[in-house]
Design a protein around this ligand. Structure first.
Ligand code: CMX
Length: 139
């Protein structure tokens, strides 16, 4: 398999209070979140809104160790990452490793919404944290 991006799967937004942000994004998008989920591997609570073929993910930190807590302390609330749905996450990880990109995990890890995920360091991607993701049942 080769590295192939299928779509922008979601845009992740760091928020301080997910309950009030759920209400806000319900107003903005005209639809409620279709799910809320605690992601153990990342220490975050997430909610997802389906907007056409893509999604918006809200992320609230569960404890100080969380990447989201650190991000909000440093930069405030806002767009945290862009997730690309790839055909084969291992092939995409090999592709980026081969090109010298810094992968933030050496193996795909379990992320929110039933995905395998891997991040690329934002310092090498124009300051944008890029998440690669793949549906778990397709692996
Ligand atoms: N987008 C853009 N830049 C970011 C960033 C983000 N989301 N998070 C951190 N940075 C910047 C920092 O501000 C810092 O910039 P400066 O050097 O200019 O100050 C730089 O990246 C490096 O920061 P760092 O101190 O080396 O590293 P951090 O401890 O802040 O960690 C990162 C940054 C990206 C390595 C870490 O947040 C990480 O591993 N992220 C992947 C996991 C994750 O984000 N999980 C939460 C979401 C999970 C989900 O979707 O469910």
């Amino acid at each position: 398999m080769k590295h192939k991006v299928l779509s922008v799967e979601h845009v992740g937004i760091a928020v301080a209070d997910i309950q009030s942000s759920n209400k806000l994004f319900n107003e903005i998008l005209g639809i409620p979140a279709y799910k809320m989920e605690f992601v153990e591997s990342e220490n975050v609570t997430t909610s997802f809104f389906q907007v056409g073929k893509t999604k918006i993910e809200l992320l609230e930190a569960n404890e100080n160790k969380s990447a989201i807590q650190k991000y909000i302390e440093k930069k405030g609330e806002g767009i945290h990452h862009i997730a690309l749905l790839v055909e084969d996450i291992k092939a995409s990880m090999a592709y980026f490793a081969d090109k010298g990109f810094k992968l933030l995990n050496s193996e795909p890890k379990v992320g929110a919404d039933n995905k395998w995920i891997c991040f690329l360091h934002p310092k090498e991607t124009n300051g944008v944290l890029v998440e690669l993701c793949q549906e778990r049942e397709k692996r």
